[in-house]
Design a protein. Sequence first.
Length: 254
Amino acid sequence: MSGRAQSFGAVAEAYERFRPGYPVAVFDMVMTYAGQPVRTALEIGAGTGKATRLFAQRGVTVTASEPDGAMLDELRRHVPANVRTVQAAFEDVRPGESYGLVYAAAALHWTNPQGRWPRLAALLEPGGVFASFGGPLRLADPAVEEAVRAARAPFLDSDEVPSPDGTPPGHEMQWPGTELQRSEWFADVQQSEIERRLTMSARDYVGLLSTISAYLELPTSDQQQVYGRIMQVLPEAVEVSADITVHLARRREQ
């Protein structure tokens, strides 16, 4: 796992405070696709448990795996009793137990592409469901977006994570659906969008940026400068486009 993937622990409290949770629509979409009750799930890269709560509060027994101890400590403060935690990167989760659902919320791109799909398939019951969901948080007003882009430009060209397999943004099927379609381990690949708009204060928006890996990789002095510059160009409240892309696939019967 890259250093960038492990940069979040230092900001675990900010991550919990500023990152939005996930709407019930995500849970409903996964369960509708499953077509039967899902009793057990493994979460990859659970962070502070934003998505963990979505499933655990609705009766699924979740095993939340996360390599960063500070993130797991924060997660344990917020999740129900039916959540088991494992401090491990996805590559270090020991096979042996299988689940009805394996899912990743804005975390799959941190996993090692080598052997990713057979490893995932080995953790799923035959016919079990894999789900990956997330998406960039973008300022809805183009003028504000442009002002922020100009403010951060001396420090950072872009703050988004590029597509891991180079799929262009306008392509009909986005990553990881592209890889799932090519994998011998998975079938019935679906991609769906859940539209979402959020309104937050300028201060909370900058707090959100402080949890994004592109900013966390900057030297501390640069981080403070870029946050200050962005704060200066923001209106008091901002509207954020926070659409969620959901990818679903089913483990093939081998």
